[in-house]
Design a protein around this ligand. Structure first.
Ligand SMILES: Nc1ncnc2c1ncn2[C@@H]1O[C@H](COP(=O)(O)OP(=O)(O)OP(=O)(O)O)[C@@H](O)[C@H]1O
Ligand SMILES: [Mg+2]
Length: 269
């Protein structure tokens, strides 16, 4: 017992074979280029610095995860990168275009053309068939009826739900609901997918299947995929991991041994 430490150190999540990311690309290679981003929320007399000067560059076609403790600023960063919110200060170039100072309408237009979103709780409409859920973003983008339906069918087939087009969320499993949400996020052919805890509400096997789908979309469709996660087993599957703490990037690492988990053969713990 003498060798036991009196206080157990807080478990630090480490990914093996991780090396720091180096900034080597030309500016135009980056689809996301955030510079000194801050987000300050004012609550009465209190200020919360949710982001405290974040520099983040992401190349087209990357697959990465963002990890960090609760309250560290992950969702705030995703909201800014996803043009759902503007930074308090700093610059954000999306595909080379400065977007940090744009108004709500311009941001909404960029979101609808370039970005897709996936959330922990799926955020589907109740009592609405899958095909209509996936069609919805195309209505706002002005795509006409027949083309809209064809594309919605194609996206549902892409996520493996060709046989479930007319099912409502209540008639689908959690993993299938998340697939509908992913098909919906793809409706307008986004360059970037942003997913905030997409496996957080799913069991291990279903989470692995959803990760396999993100990896396939990244590899085969060339979509840049950014995943916020608490789960080190999710982060181990992405080639790059950004660690956030107290509104700052603590570490930004390349994962040299990406773990490839087969959904049909999940290792025991
Ligand atoms: N709309 C808001 N108004 C005031 N404070 C906010 C608001 N949104 C977030 N915050 C604060 O900003 C900080 C970062 O929040 P954020 O939601 O980005 O954390 P997170 O890393 O996503 O946490 P979690 O893992 O729990 O989802 C927290 O201290 C939070 O309380
Ligand atoms: Mg969050």
């Amino acid at each position: 017992m003498a060798d036991e430490p009196l206080v157990q150190a807080e478990e630090v999540v480490e990914i093996e074979d991780a090396v720091e990311v180096e900034d080597t690309a030309d500016d135009e290679d980056y689809v996301i280029d955030g510079r000194n981003l801050t987000k300050v929320y004012t609550m009465g007399d209190n200020e919360v610095r949710a982001l405290d000067g974040v520099d983040v560059k992401i190349k087209r076609g990357e697959l990465l995860s963002i990890m960090g403790p609760s309250g560290s600023g992950k969702s705030t960063l995703m909201a800014i990168l996803g043009c759902l919110d503007s930074p308090t200060s700093g610059e954000y170039l999306l595909d080379g275009e400065p977007v940090h100072a744009l108004g709500d309408n311009a941001l909404a237009s960029i979101r609808s053309k370039q970005l897709g979103f996936v959330f922990q709780q799926f955020n589907l409409l109740p009592r609405t068939p899958a095909i209509e859920q996936v069609s919805m973003p195309m209505i706002y983008a002005g795509i006409r009826g027949r083309k809209r339906k064809q594309r919605a069918q194609k996206m549902l087939e892409l996520v493996g739900l060709g046989e479930r087009m007319d099912h409502t969320p209540a008639e689908l499993s959690g993993g299938q609901q998340q697939r509908v949400a992913i098909a919906r996020s793809l409706a307008n052919d986004p360059a970037i997918l942003l997913a905030d805890e997409p496996t957080g509400a799913l069991d291990t096997k279903t989470g692995v299947e959803i990760m396999a789908l993100f990896k396939r979309l990244n590899r085969e469709e060339g979509i840049t995929v950014i995943i916020v996660t608490h789960d080190v087993e999710v982060a181990e599957q992405t080639p790059r991991v950004i660690h956030i703490r107290d509104g700052l990037i603590e570490r930004d690492v390349i994962n040299e041994t990406v773990v490839d988990i087969d959904p049909d053969n999940i290792p025991e713990h």
